[in-house]
Write a protein that binds this ligand. Sequence first.
Ligand code: HEM
Length: 293
Amino acid sequence: MKKIVLIAVALVALVSLSVLVYGIEARQAADVVSIRVSDALPVTDPHSQLWSKATEFQLPMGSQTIIAPVKPAPSVPYIQVRSLNNGTHIAFLITWADSTKNDRTVKIDEFRDGSAVLLGPVGEMAVLAMGTATIPVNVLHWKADWQADIDTGFQGVESAFPNFWVDMYPNVIGEPPYTLPGNFSDAAKLYLPGWKVGNSFSQPLKVTSVEENRARGFGSLATEQSQGAIGRGIWENGQWSVVIARQLHPSDNEDIQLISGEKYSTAFAIWDGASGDVGARKSITALLTLYVQ
Ligand code: HEM
């Protein structure tokens, strides 16, 4: 009897040790670890104390040199990334140095600052290039101009051209100057087709500064039908601090479902508006492993 108890105790010790080792190994093998907390995640607060519970990972940046328009050298040498999850949602805090705040894209030579998180299955190199036809990836893209639309109101043409004036607009309520979205009835929206058809870029009333996308290889990035990502970015003292968050298990089955205790592929991208970054012209990390604690 005593012998059986001893064997049982040894077995339990062995199992918990291997779980511990696996946990530590998985954490050690991962480039980014999303720390499990029981709190509500600070999805719109880059300065929350809760972020001190997350390990900071300093990630070197390279640049996209595979397809035109290429970026010869990264805008920033490093970014800092922290991640928290609470069993229902995952959040990333990305910080990087940027001496200028570029948060308007009205004029043709204006480009936004931005950052993105890519999520894909573990162990697939092709994931870095935004997935493949058979390996879809999720891309959560925070945009500084969407943030400005939320923080200070929609930045229309008049924000870049103060003398801009419209004498009349079909079906608009009231007198000029017209503002978006205030004066625009449904009928008037016909003359702002992007807004009318639901193009997320043309929405004057932004509810989130993070766009949820899916891609099956570069050139195929598309806005997801259901938008559930959230976040917030703050620029101060020459640095962006941006939170990007989404559900661990989005309702769309084609999305990457993040299971606690598992590993995934991830990568990060940064756009520097002052350098004219947009689309493919960006700084990117290498393909990384994310461990969701
Ligand atoms: C070698 C790697 C990569 C290549 C060759 C590449 C290429 C491209 C190309 C050609 C575009 C424009 C066409 C399109 O919208 O699909 C694009 C846009 C985009 N890519 Fe990538 N990409 C790479 C890695 C990444 C990574 C790692 C991320 C995210 C972490 C990312 C996120 C995005 C986003 C959000 C856009 C839209 C940007 C915008 O609207 O300005 N890409 N990429």
